[in-house]
Design a protein around this ligand. Sequence first.
Ligand SMILES: [Zn+2]
Length: 135
Amino acid sequence: MALDRAARLRAAVERDGPTCVWCGRAFGAQVGPTTEHVVPRVKGGPSWLENEVAACRRCNSARGHVAPVEWLEECERRGWRPDEQRLAQLLEALSGAIGERGGQRRARPYLDAQRRRLRRRGGSSAGQVGRDRPA
Ligand SMILES: [Zn+2]
């Protein structure tokens, strides 16, 4: 099912709410909404709604092809408020969709590594200041 850009954005916003996944800002005149791929196209990420997330124009272009969990951590360093739970849900939804539909041989190991990395962060880190590295 091919959706155009506007339809993909609408669908992602309906699913996740009208805020940027990376900085948490609400979309509006000053914060232009875009969609980007959770698993980048260059890493084999499919153009499925499960791989699309709404992000503001600034964050979208700042991220480039950086891996999602790596970029989440960079957002935290920048003092933004990334939506870790939304990202976790998307990674699981995408993994489930790949399991059902098959294929995506390149995206699979990349996605699995990202899911492991997110899990290693130790569940809810919201509000915590420091984080211990796993032993
Ligand atoms: Zn943003």
